[in-house]
Ligand binder design. Sequence first.
Ligand code: GLY
Length: 589
Amino acid sequence: MTSLRPVLAAAIAGLLLAIPCRAQQAADAVEPEAPTGMRPVSTEPAKATKFMVAAANQLAAEAGLQILKKGGNAIDAMVTTQLVLNLVEPQSSGIGGGAFLVYFDAKAGRLTTFDGRETAPAAADPTLFLDEAGDPLSFYDAVVGGRSVGTPGTLRLIFDTHERFGALDWKTVVQPAIDLATDGFKVSPRLHALIVEEGQRLKRFAGARDYFFDAKGEPLKVGAILKNEAFAKTLRLIADKGAAGFYEGPIAEDIVRTVQNAEGNPGRLALSDLKNYRIVEREPVCLTYRAYEVCGMGPPSSGALTVGQILGLIEPFDIAALGPGSAKAWRLIGDASRLAFADRGRYMADIDYVPMPLRGLLDKDYLATRSKLLMGDTALAKDAVAPGTPPWDHAMLRGDDVAIELPSTSHFSIVDGTGNVVSITTTIENGFGSRLMTGGFLLNNELTDFSFETHDADGAVIANAVAPGKRPRSSMAPTVVMQDGKPVLAIGSPGGSRIIGYVAEALIAVLDWNMNVQEAASLPHLVNRFGTYDVEAGTDAAKLAGPLSDLGFEVKEADLNSGIHAIAITPEGLEGGADPRREGVALGE
Ligand code: GLY
């Protein structure tokens, strides 16, 4: 993992350096978190010997780093980084949303995960996203307004884990975000571009309209100083009262009022949903891959299971020897991904609500049998890509899920001076979430991660259908890679259901192709979820379009908008990587 093999190094250098610095470009109309420009591509990781933060925004990473310098640990820095991200990258994550944390507790020598996913309100039912005729609503008709808002989990996640693991006091870790909200920060190019792109939907409700546009109704310009007094007030209450200041009292009342009164599309969130919200500590889902244990977030996220399946399916093949420029390597990765997504659609959902073959999906014998499907020389035929039958003591007939998931979200990684590791993916779902704003923060639209349909065409129940209190299936894949019981890599990405492909690719880049984390974050993307091979437009990945098409894939060039923020823990120190497609940075000391 630490030394670059010479042959591969040449191939990687060719692939990386061919990424052009793309000019600012309009975001894709249906993907409001699409890229706003590629920064110059670096292959050099940030280096540090003590601690490091890698996050999607300089101000957020800097705030986290300052906490580490003050003697805070990774959990302290996580709280600060998250709250500052909420302010400076409001479209992606925050206390109005949910998050998954993979945490290595150095003192206990233990890896664990925390599920801070939003829940469906108690008043939700399976028909939440069906119209009066029983047909699914269009995506944005469902998203914009109160209907899509789930009970937020992020604040409960950062507060509870801070109570348990934090070193500095709560007020100290909340204060940097209060200061920045009060003093103001410069609107970044990415935030500006996304406000422009989302103009119409963002103006629908007063809160976001008043915040993201100037007095003339124009989108805030790049460099404009944006203050958020409402958020500072919210945070002061949270600093004083902790999570109770959010889940009960005036903030909770504002959230519920905003959701229930969203004109044209009200939601069902109630005060009791907020008061009853709990995070869940869950065992990490791990797969042994070559010399490593690749560990991440289990259900309700499909992240670790689907990434794990992809790795498990390609393990019998010598991906390292094939290298990143090989169409054969990408055939194997692409078809492994298609098979994994077939299982994901059939089986994966909130395990507290639906039985699912958790262990069976990563069972080595099952994966070895499925892997034999990849033995041919060309892409799998469409009808050969079907869910398998993992070992499972519940023989159940499930329908395949049709949930719509678009890119959004943020990932950050932190390693502190005592070896604690945070890998957290955090989201309000679609860019700008439900577009409802209260208390200076945006509310999520996470419930649209449920399947809108309740049954498939044959009448089989869809595992990821809406139910009261249930958590919508996620693709978020915060990951910690372990070797000999110690963490060696923290990594993750935003990107809707493409998160799985981005994380799998970056893991293969580091673990098989010996890339450093910056090279892995910069590597052009090739992602296959449901059959179409998406290759990253304007990069050398597009050069593989012809060969992959010759192998039988349907290939499409697309903007592939990852946001990988990773830290490798090497014998020589920490190495950080930040995705050039976003505004992030890895900072350390
Ligand atoms: N809303 C993004 C995800 O959970 O996958």
